[in-house]
Design a binder for this molecule. Structure first.
Ligand code: P71
Length: 470
């Protein structure tokens, strides 16, 4: 082996399985508990998995947000934190990583994704505006509403059908968008929000072609496209796997091209970028950037830390680089597919195609006898914890909240329970245990009962609402 090049070619042989390109250096104890104990925990938590204590959970699939395991390289970077109030070295490293992999010009750091959403909404949205998006996300829509805007769903219809096998269920329906522009006027649409992948549709991707066409349409009307880039690297993986012409491209290249069809992004660093806290807002328009940089000091912190410690920014810069590695992403989504395929083989109703960060159980088909206003997905998430010590998250009527105009529940078509896979945390055996817990709950589905809501907070009710068994 003479040259580095030869060594690398020999070393980088592609393996057949999705096995992880890493090994485990440190472990954290996880407790197994009795069913009786878990029944008590659930009653105390008002049947809301957000109100359980983490130490009572065996396998925690509540979210992939902030739950990643960092690499030794990231931990080493934590020791290089420059904790200066202003001008931290780590900010410039982070800025350079974002510019290199995402391609945006100007970066405003924030404490997490919703910090960026708050600033973006405040600087772009005027009272009475409409903000089209490819399906709502809870925090994103709330910030749009708090700024006086109205969210309008312009995702393709297939996204609302858990059984549709469309390969890019996250796509924007350009006809729906055109119709909205014709109806309200481009001047009342401050930007289009393009999420990639789409969380609440089941982690479903947007195709490159759709992003390209969306950009062309919006450019004709002078409307910017703002991406929710939280899971855009996962989106790039799906483009590589499914879209003609992209099979031979690296995820990093695909990500860069995808971002080039957008004018800025909000980011929750707690997902793709492999850190436990952090986020950013990126913009290509200098004037809007100046506004955002001024506003960040009101809500987050100075414009070179935005609520993060210097060490957090260093870990995120390194996490971004690790996240675009092709082998890593293949193992990441390979693990999700492994769990999903097992459930499909057993006839458990899940959203298809299998998405990027999670398996979504279809509570409507799982518990068809529980009406939507008795919260079938909430009940299913509670039952999963009871039977298997596995914590999942409701993504149905409770998450959808109430319509601000009528005060009624919003009744979403999708009534789902999300089994979200943290990055680099659980093993294949943990996926087996999870699948068995779901299967057991599925066998006992006829005995399941609905829930009654006994406490409902005003904002983002799913976090703190409490329930009783019917
Ligand atoms: C997830 C989360 C975290 C979460 C947020 C709200 C309710 C329940 C759980 C956060 C996202 C996200 C997308 C697409 C923006 C945010 C906010 N997801 N966009 O899935 O998925 O980011 O949490 O860092 O503020 O569990 P933030």
């Amino acid at each position: 082996m003479t040259t580095t090049e030869t060594r690398r070619r020999l070393r980088d042989a592609t393996k057949k399985s999705w096995a992880e390109p890493w090994k485990i250096k440190m472990v954290e104890h996880a407790h197994w508990t009795t069913r009786e104990y878990r029944a008590q925990c659930l009653a105390e938590a008002g049947y809301n998995t957000f109100l359980l204590r983490s130490e009572d959970v065996y396998i925690d699939l509540l979210t992939d947000s902030g739950t990643s395991a960092m690499s030794d390289h990231q931990w080493a970077g934590m020791m290089l934190g420059d904790e200066a109030y202003a001008g931290s070295r780590n900010f410039y490293t982070l800025e350079a990583a974002i510019q290199k992999y995402y391609g945006y010009k100007y970066i405003v750091p924030t404490h997490q994704g919703r910090g960026a959403e708050n600033i973006l909404s405040q600087i772009y949205i005027e009272k009475g505006d409409f903000v089209p998006g490819n399906m709502y996300f809870t925090t994103t829509r709330l910030h749009q509403e708090l700024s006086g805007g109205t969210f309008v769903d312009v995702i393709i219809d297939e996204a609302h059908d858990p059984q549709s096998l469309h390969p890019f269920k996250g796509n924007v329906d350009l006809d729906k968008l055109e119709a909205l522009i014709a109806k309200v006027g481009a001047e009342h649409i401050p930007y289009v929000c393009l999420a990639a992948t789409v969380n609440l549709a089941g982690g479903q991707p947007v195709s490159m072609q759709n992003a390209r066409e969306l950009k062309a349409l919006c450019a004709r009307h002078g409307i910017p496209v703002m991406m929710d880039a939280t899971r855009a690297v996962e989106n790039a993986y799906f483009i590589q796997q499914r879209e003609p012409g992209y099979g031979d491209k690296k995820i990093a290249e695909i990500l860069y091209e995808f971002c080039s069809y957008t004018d800025g992004c909000t980011m929750s660093g707690k997902k793709d970028p492999l850190v436990n806290i952090g986020g950013w807002l990126a913009l290509n328009d200098y004037e809007k950037f100046e506004e955002a940089r001024n506003m960040v000091v009101v809500y987050e912190g100075l414009h070179t830390y935005g609520g993060m410690a210097g060490r957090d920014m260093e870990a995120m810069a390194r996490g971004i680089e690790e996240s675009v590695d092709d082998d890593y992403m293949r193992s990441r989504i390979g693990q999700v597919v492994y769990l999903g395929q097992k459930l499909l083989d057993w006839g458990v109703p899940i959203v298809q195609p299998i998405g990027g960060h999670a398996i979504f159980l279809d509570a409507r088909r799982f518990y068809p006898h529980i009406p939507q206003d008795q919260f079938p997905a909430q009940a299913l998430a509670a039952d999963l914890f009871l039977e298997g010590g596995v914590r999942a998250m409701e993504r149905g009527i409770v998450s959808a909240g109430r319509d601000p105009a009528t005060g009624d529940h919003r009744y979403p078509k999708l009534e789902l329970v999300r089994l979200t896979i943290p990055r680099r945390v659980y093993t294949q055996a943990h996926m087996d245990v999870t699948a068995e817990a779901v299967e057991e709950t599925f066998w006992m589905r006829d005995r399941a009962t609905g829930l009654r809501m006994i406490y409902e907070p005003k904002y983002l009710r799913f976090f703190q609402a409490r329930f009783e068994r019917m």
